[in-house]
Write a protein of this length. Structure first.
Length: 254
């Protein structure tokens, strides 16, 4: 089978954050499958075909892309951020596992990208400077009680926590509930970073103590980073403050 499928991460939205590897893969592909606004980030040639679908149709999009690749053509499945972080790479693997045997013979390349928490962290300092984890607050594919258990475990273990999919019109309460859960574990002074559209013209980066973290500051374009008890804020006068988590933990030998 001569077909090929690239799963491409385009980063958080700034064209400068698209990797050269992703650009080369996009130049090679003939058909592009993805959520419309993500595909639109690419300037396709007349000989390249755009096949857009709704953001919630990941598995059906993956199947359609694999069906097209099985015809012997080069296909790109486009994600924002990194395709392996709450994105299309897992959907493509899931489709391959459940699909016809010949899909396993398709040449698959996952092209990494800059994921949202890295872009947000870079804009504010180094909040991910020590151990951290990423948790999606979407309960579409997992129950909310499991999300709460993971939040409690991560906060109790001293991880910095990056929250993806924090809030939407269909899920308006989850972020507020997450803050309530974390306030029972973390100091009220813990820095909370709301990083919206990092690197884009409509970027907004704001920092609040956990006690004053307001869910209404977030939308689906926001990645929320919640510090650990060791995360610090460095005030710099007229310059923006830096938020960082030290490379060493309290009690360790430096």
């Amino acid at each position: 089978m001569s077909g090929k499928i690239f799963v491409i991460g385009l980063g958080p939205g700034n064209a400068d954050q698209i990797t050269p590897q992703a650009s080369r893969a996009a130049a090679e592909a003939e058909f592009f499958f993805g959520y419309g606004p993500y595909v639109d980030r690419l300037e396709l040639r007349p000989d390249q075909t755009r096949i857009a679908s709704d953001n919630r149709e990941e598995l059906s999009r993956a199947k359609a892309a694999l069906e097209k690749a099985a015809e012997g053509v080069k296909v790109a499945v486009v994600s924002g951020g990194d395709p392996g972080v709450f994105a299309m790479a897992a959907a493509v693997c899931e489709a391959i596992e459940a699909g016809p045997k010949e899909w396993r013979d398709i040449d698959l390349t996952v092209v990494p990208g800059v994921t949202a928490m890295l872009a947000v962290a870079a804009r504010i300092g180094a909040p991910l400077g020590h151990d951290f984890c990423a948790i999606s607050l979407s309960d579409n594919l997992k129950p909310w009680d499991l999300i709460e258990k993971r939040l409690q475990a991560a906060a109790g273990a001293g991880f910095v926590i990056a929250l993806y999919n924090p809030i939407s019109k269909a899920r308006p309460w989850q972020l507020g509930r997450a803050f309530e859960t974390l306030r029972g574990i973390l100091p009220t002074t813990t820095p909370v970073i709301f990083g919206r559209a990092a690197g884009r013209p409509d970027e907004r980066i704001e920092v609040f103590p956990l006690s004053k973290a307001d869910p209404e500051k977030a939308d689906m374009a926001t990645c929320v980073i919640i510090g650990s008890p060791e995360t610090k804020i460095i005030e710099r006068g007229e310059r923006p403050a830096l938020v960082y988590t030290p490379r060493f933990s309290a009690g360790s030998s430096q």
